[in-house]
Write a protein that binds this ligand. Structure first.
Ligand code: HAM
Length: 422
């Protein structure tokens, strides 16, 4: 049996790679537009970077690829981007920057041992941002806008922004108590995971995939926000309005990771092609993570887009308009390929993407190849052309054919390209 990819992993074949790169290029443009710099952190880190004491998230408790190559250090394949970026922010003392906030972006592979299904893999890619060092509702709104307008620029229609606030630590402490008091008498009715969450992180019960629709969960008490938190959330909403980002408030949006405080958000797809994995991206603010990682008390906010889920949605909404094309295809009709081979290389060194026939096929077969490759110019090199040091040049757009001296070829191609774009 030939080898196959490991369950939950996949190849990006050339066609998909073109799409992937298109998304990555546009995301990088957005990083630039909003003043973010790209960062790359290692694929594996010490386990403690991701695992905090009393962490209740599925990602940390069930899904991490943790290993110990020397029997001493515990290492983990990166399950998400935020923790590594903050480890780097602290390790490299970026918190001492004179320019705040520090805006970092990344496009990186992540690893989670989840049950694979459409839109959920064990190796996947996130495009994310982290904006560190300042807490201001303007920043929350701008981070959400960056993600939302990126999605919109792709031409995706069926997406909506959900936002919520988890309050500051004071609001949350009171709310945790309210929820424990409320759920404790109904503990038996909750799923196994939620029974465990009850004491440690009862907020997670609210968006549990299993219990979410149960009446006891639907009727759970709402959070009583402190005045400061309520005002913060009001301001975030106001600035989203100013920026023209439409949103819905979902007061049961809690998010799966434990580190969030105040603003949380998700962009979800309403297209049925996305199936059950409809969350295209999610994020939120975290007040305590920098400190927990050994840095000063500094807040941050960010999000991460699941690239595979985004690709599924882009396919479904047919936003990719990709037709691979080539500038020049060289048809060689001589037994000796030297002349044509050298012309092809000269074109590439002048930035014209170029291919030529390696097989000495018939003129017709080579023409067909040039069509398949969607070449703008076809260069025909037969015996006469080599003798006279000229090239027969066909412009497939105008259908015009001409004979060009080899030394003038590059200038002539430049001119034809320019004429077309004028
Ligand atoms: P997350 O919600 O765990 O957040 O993941 C963000 C996105 O990554 C999800 O919305 C989804 O699109 C994608 N994703 C997650 N797991 C998988 C999977 N197994 N297969 C395919 N796609 C997946 C975070 O990771 C946070 N670090 C986001 C963040 C950044 N919060 C603040 N800053």
């Amino acid at each position: 049996m030939p080898y196959q990819t490991v369950k939950g992993t996949y190849d990006l074949l050339p066609d998909q790679m073109v799409r992937f790169n298109m998304l990555a290029d546009l995301f990088r443009q957005f990083l630039n537009l909003y003043g973010y710099s790209e960062i790359k952190t290692p694929v594996f880190e010490y386990t403690g970077v991701f695992q905090k004491e009393n962490d209740t998230s599925d990602m940390v408790t069930k899904e991490m690829y943790t290993f110990s190559p020397n029997g001493k250090d515990s290492l983990t394949l990166r399950p998400e981007g935020t923790a590594g970026v903050i480890r780097s922010f602290v390790e490299n003392k970026m918190y001492a920057s004179s320019e705040f906030p520090v805006k970092l972006g990344y496009i990186e592979e992540m690893f989670r041992h989840e049950r694979p299904q459409k839109g959920r893999q064990r190796q996947f890619t996130q495009m994310g941002v982290e904006c560190l060092g300042e807490k201001d509702p303007l920043i929350d709104a701008e981070v959400i806008a960056l993600g939302f307008f990126f999605i919109k620029t792709l031409g995706l229609e069926s997406v909506k922004v959900l936002i919520n606030t988890l309050g500051d630590s004071e609001s949350r402490l009171g709310y945790k108590k309210d929820l424990i008091d409320y759920f404790a008498p109904h503990k038996e009715e909750l799923c196994y995971d939620c029974q465990n969450r009850l004491e440690k992180n009862p907020l997670r019960i609210l968006d549990c995939k299993i219990d979410r629709e149960a009446d006891i969960v639907k009727n759970a008490p709402k959070m009583r926000l402190t005045d400061a938190s309520a005002k913060y959330f009001e301001d975030v909403r106001h600035y989203l309005d100013v920026l023209g980002v439409p949103y819905e408030i979902d007061d049961r949006l809690v998010r799966g990771l434990d580190y969030y405080t105040d603003t949380v958000f998700e962009v979800v797809s309403t297209n049925e092609a996305s199936g059950s994995q409809a969350t295209i991206f999610g994020g939120g603010r975290y007040d305590d993570l920098v400190k927990e990682m050994g840095g000063p008390q500094m807040s941050g906010i960010g999000f991460a887009i699941g690239v595979e889920r985004l690709m599924i949605l882009c396919e479904a909404e047919e936003v990719f308009d990709i037709k691979k094309s080539l500038d020049c295809y060289v048809i060689n009709l001589n037994r000796d390929p030297d002349y044509a081979f050298a012309v092809a290389e000269e074109l590439r060194s002048n930035s014209f993407s170029t291919e030529m026939d390696y097989y000495r096929r018939s003129l017709k077969a080579q023409f067909r190849a040039s069509e398949r490759k969607n070449a703008r110019f076809v260069l025909i090199i037969g015996e006469d052309e080599v003798k006279d040091d000229v090239i027969t040049l066909k412009d497939t757009l105008t259908k015009a054919q001409e004979t060009v001296k080899r030394e003038e070829l590059v200038d002539r191609l430049d001119q034809l390209m320019e004429d077309y774009y004028e």
